[in-house]
Design a protein around this ligand. Structure first.
Ligand SMILES: Nc1ncnc2c1ncn2[C@@H]1O[C@H](COP(=O)(O)OS(=O)(=O)O)[C@@H](OP(=O)(O)O)[C@H]1O
Ligand SMILES: Nc1ncnc2c1ncn2[C@@H]1O[C@H](COP(=O)(O)OP(=O)(O)O)[C@@H](O)[C@H]1O
Length: 319
C-alpha cells in the first residue's frame, strides 16, 4: 500500500499525542516489516546538521524528515538571543510539522517559561526548517554586513553597490539603511545618545532575523558607539557579523556634504551632529576597513568588489 497514512508517525509522550508528518513529496513504499524504518543518516551538508531516512536500505536524502531527528535532538531555548540548553515542553516536539498540538497542560507538563526584558512567560518555539536549510536553498550564508562611518562617508552608496554586485551574482540581499529605517520602524527615535543606541539595537535585531532567514543583510547606519555595535555582533554566531568601517576623514565627509547637514551643524542649526558635536567611536577590530589610498577613494563599485572578494574567500557566497 502506498498511502498518505504512511506519511504520518504517531508519538505519545506523557499525556500528549502528536502526529509527525513525513514529506508529502515522497510516496513511500510499505516496508516488508510493516514498519517504517526511520533513522538519522547524513543527508544535507548543513554544517554538522544531518538527517535523512532509509527505506529498505535505500537512503533518502532530504531534510524533510527533520521532525524525526528533532525528536532525538536536544532542545535549545533562546534566551537573550543566545541558544541555551534544554527547553522541555509538555509535548515531545516543538517542530512546526506537528499536526496534533498539545493542549491542556497538566502540572507535570508545563513548558519552561522565560522572562526576557518585560516579556514574561514566553516560550521559544523552534521550527524544523532552520537557517542552514534556508542557506542550502539560497546557496549562500545568511550574515550581516554592518557598514559604519560618519555621515557622508559613503555608507549608503556602498550598501547599494554591494546589493547590486551580490544580486548580479544571484545572491539575496536586503539593505537596512539608518535613514530609511528611521522613516518607519525607528521613527520614534531622535539623535540623542539613548535613541541612537536603541536605533542600533533594533537594527541589529532586525538584521539578525534577516541573517537567520538566510539573507545577506547589509546594515548601513552611522552606529557611532562601539559598545552598541559590539552588542549587535554578539547577537550573531561567530563569523556572521562582518563589520565594514568607512574610514573617511571628517574633512572629506564635510567637503562632500551632499545633504548640507554639516553646514547646518557648523552653523549651530543642528545640535548633536556626529563628528561635529557628537562622538563617533571608530571600530578597533573591523573585518574590513575601507580608506583612501594616496588621497583618493576607490569608486563605490571597487569598494563593493573588495567586500564581495572577502565574502567569496571566506565562503559566504556558498551554502
Ligand atoms: N544629529 C545627527 N547626527 C547624524 N546624522 C543625522 C543627524 N540628524 C540627522 N541625521 C541624518 O540621519 C542619518 C543618520 O541616521 P542613523 O540612523 O544612521 O544614525 S545613528 O546610527 O542612529 O547615529 C544621517 O544619514 P547619513 O548621512 O546617511 O549617515 C543624516 O542624514
Ligand atoms: N567611493 C566614493 N568615492 C567618492 N564619492 C563617494 C563615494 N561613495 C560615496 N560618495 C559620495 O559621497 C556622498 C555621501 O555618500 P553617502 O553614500 O550618502 O554617504 P552616507 O550614507 O555615509 O551618508 C555622496 O555624494 C556620494 O556620491
Amino acid at each position: 500500500m502506498i498511502g498518505r497514512s504512511l506519511r504520518f508517525k504517531m508519538t505519545t509522550i506523557g499525556k500528549c499525542s502528536s502526529i509527525y508528518r513525513t514529506s508529502p513529496e515522497f510516496d513511500l513504499p510499505e516496508p516488508s516489516s510493516g514498519k517504517l524504518g526511520f533513522q538519522k543518516l547524513p543527508a544535507c551538508n548543513c554544517r554538522g546538521k544531518s538527517f535523512g531516512f532509509s527505506i529498505f536500505g535505500t537512503e533518502v536524502k532530504t531534510s524533510f524528515v527533520a521532525p524525526l531527528s528533532a525528536i532525538e535532538a536536544s532542545r535549545k531555548a533562546h534566551v537573550n538571543g543566545k541558544a541555551e540548553n534544554v527547553h522541555r515542553t509538555g509535548c515531545d516536539s516543538n517542530d512546526d510539522m506537528r499536526i496534533n498540538d498539545c493542549h491542556g497542560f497538566s502540572g507535570d507538563s508545563i513548558p519552561q517559561m522565560s522572562t526576557i526584558g518585560n516579556s514574561t512567560n514566553i516560550v521559544w518555539h523552534k521550527c524544523t526548517v532552520e537557517k542552514c536549510d534556508r542557506e542550502e536553498l539560497l546557496q549562500q550564508r545568511g550574515c550581516v554586513i554592518w557598514i559604519t562611518g560618519l555621515s557622508g562617508s559613503g555608507k549608503s552608496t556602498l550598501a547599494c553597490a554591494l546589493g547590486r554586485g551580490l544580486h548580479a551574482r544571484g545572491k539575496l540581499t536586503y539593505i537596512l539603511d539608518g535613514d530609511n529605517v528611521r522613516h518607519g520602524l525607528n521613527r520614534d527615535l531622535s539623535f540623542r545618545a539613548e535613541d541612537r543606541a536603541e536605533n542600533i539595537r533594533r537594527i541589529g535585531e532586525v538584521a539578525k532575523l534577516f541573517a537567520d532567514a538566510g539573507v545577506i543583510c547589509i546594515a548601513s547606519l552611522i552606529s557611532p558607539y562601539r559598545k552598541e555595535r559590539d552588542a549587535c555582533r554578539a547577537l550573531l554566531a561567530e563569523g556572521d557579523f562582518i563589520e565594514v568601517f568607512m574610514d573617511v576623514p571628517l574633512h572629506v565627509c564635510e567637503a562632500r556634504d551632499p545633504k548640507g547637514l554639516y553646514k547646518l551643524a557648523r552653523a549651530g542649526k543642528i545640535k548633536g551632529f556626529t563628528g561635529i558635536d557628537d562622538p563617533y567611536e571608530p571600530p578597533l577590530k573591523s573585518e574590513i576597513v575601507l580608506h583612501q589610498n594616496r588621497g583618493l577613494f576607490d569608486s563605490p563599485n571597487d569598494l563593493a568588489d573588495t567586500v564581495i572578494s572577502y565574502m567569496d574567500e571566506k565562503g559566504y557566497l556558498n551554502a
